[in-house]
Design a protein around this ligand. Structure first.
Ligand SMILES: Cc1cc2nc3c(=O)[nH]c(=O)nc-3n(C[C@H](O)[C@H](O)[C@H](O)COP(=O)(O)OP(=O)(O)OC[C@H]3O[C@@H](n4cnc5c(N)ncnc54)[C@H](O)[C@@H]3O)c2cc1C
Length: 417
């Protein structure tokens, strides 16, 4: 076998999770090489809604009320869509997801998950400050807007419980207050829940690229290579890259929705699936301004003011990762969004699609591979990968370097499955 260039650590996948892991390792003195088949943050971490969701203590569960299930069954909603042909393959995952979403189990998961979420703002801010990237974030928080009093009151009560239990801050806005904060929204709203803690990125890819630049300034490298070539090499790991073979004692799988391409070959059969989502940018019509990212709660789409324009993002599409693009949710949402906010022309030639990497218990996989020394897992961040990238990065780097962990990592280990 030809001799390989060596490093201390390889990080496979340069999305927000991989970049954050690599930066944290490099900060701790580990010579780290990031490996991606593309450039950094060109996949899921490119096109998300850019929220650092401090309020996201309950990961998104599978609905349990009969009415919602019936609505989803007809496959005509905006917030969820499925490919009927994919359901037989997805059924085992969906069954487990449904099981973990039962109210008591979901509550127990939120207790564990909130321990990661509670650090999301401080960990992003720490990296952003070092990377000179603070101006890529707005501190506006974000808003859930409501069209009915019933939904509004339900969500206000839920927010109150989360404030007491998890220390999450919010403002409950009535009709008039929503209009004051967002004068260009149509006056059809009964109120809004303004989560005041979250950060909102104006370009999530640029955030990842700023963290990458910081990593490179500290001596780290990004190289092109195929993570699927990873193999054990003596007491460490080796991967083939465009610059030849690369070997290191530790290897971190941070491949988001493609994690299975590496771990399956090594004998790990984890229950992974994706929830796909789309985006499109729009010019704001005339002089209209959107001051906050907003979720049109009852309709199920999201509008985020970004550098490029207003980014409309869609909810979950249950389909195979590599199945055909079907932006039906985007097409359904667009006319409704135009009635709520004066959107101008579309700015992208085609809708963008990304795949949220999901586990059935809604928690990421963070920690050592159960049966291989020096192999680490950092994937499955679902709806909150942008939120949690820096938290996961720090946690993995602390585990690899053997320091005390700032969060107890045991609930997120792969051997829970
Ligand atoms: C519409 C939408 C909106 C979202 N909004 C939010 C939000 O507001 N807040 C939030 O926190 N999260 C949000 N998310 C989720 C978030 O985007 C993801 O959880 C996150 O980007 C996952 O990051 P990652 O680094 O794990 O994966 P990715 O960003 O997908 O990175 C994986 C990397 O692996 C590389 N790769 C794959 N295969 C190989 C291979 N064989 N060899 C080498 N490299 C390979 C890819 O090129 C890619 O760069 C949203 C997602 C979507 C789809």
């Amino acid at each position: 076998m030809p001799s390989a260039v060596t490093a201390d650590a390889l990080v496979l996948g340069a999305g927000i999770v991989g970049v954050s892991v690599a930066l944290h390792l490099q900060k701790r003195g580990r010579a780290t090489v990031l490996v991606d088949r593309r450039g950094a943050a060109e996949e899921t971490s490119f096109g998300n809604a850019g929220l650092v969701q401090r309020e996201g203590v309950y990961p998104y569960g599978f609905p349990h009320d009969f009415g919602a299930l019936l609505r989803y069954g007809f496959n005509r909603t905006i917030d969820a869509h499925y490919h009927p042909s994919a359901i037989p393959r997805l059924a085992p995952f969906l069954w487990k997801y449904w099981h973990h979403s039962r109210p008591a189990r979901h509550r127990a998961i939120a207790q564990l998950y909130s321990k990661l979420i509670e650090h999301c703002i401080t960990e992003h801010q720490a990296l952003a400050a070092e990377a000179g990237a603070m101006d890529l974030f707005r501190r506006s928080g974000w808003m859930k807007v409501f069209r009915t009093e019933r939904e509004r009151d339900l969500r206000f009560a839920e927010a109150e419980r989360w404030r007491n239990e998890f220390g999450i801050n919010f403002a409950a806005l009535d009709r008039k207050q929503v209009q004051e904060k967002e004068p260009h929204l149509a006056p059809v709203l009964e109120g809004a829940l303004h989560w005041t803690d979250p950060l909102a990125a104006v370009d999530p890819q640029a955030v990842a690229l700023a963290y990458l630049e910081r990593f490179e300034k500290m001596g780290g490298r990004l190289v092109q290579g195929n993570a699927a070539t990873l193999e054990a090499d003596g007491s460490g790991w080796r991967v083939r890259t465009a610059h030849g073979a690369l070997a290191a004692r530790d290897a971190v799988v941070a491949l988001g929705p493609w994690a299975d391409a590496v771990i399956r070959r090594l004998g790990y059969d984890l229950p992974l699936a994706v929830k796909r989502g789309y985006h499109m940018h729009y010019r704001a019509a005339g002089e209209a301004v959107l001051n906050h990212p907003i979720l049109d709660t009852e309709r199920g789409y999201f509008l985020a003011p970004m550098r490029r324009g207003i980014r409309l993002t869609t909810g979950a599409e249950f389909a195979l990762r590599d199945g055909m693009k079907t932006p039906v949710q985007l097409n359904r949402a667009e006319p409704i969004a135009r009635e709520l906010f004066p959107l101008g022309d579309r700015l992208d030639a085609d809708p963008w699609m990304g795949s949220r990497p999901c586990t059935p218990d809604m928690m990421p996989v963070i920690g050592p591979a159960p049966r291989h020394r020096g192999l680490w897992f950092a994937f499955g961040h679902a709806h909150h990968g942008f939120t949690l990238g820096p938290v996961t990065g720090r946690l993995i780097a602390e585990m690899i370097t053997g320091g005390a962990s700032f969060v107890d990592p045991s609930p997120y280990r792969a051997d829970r499955f």
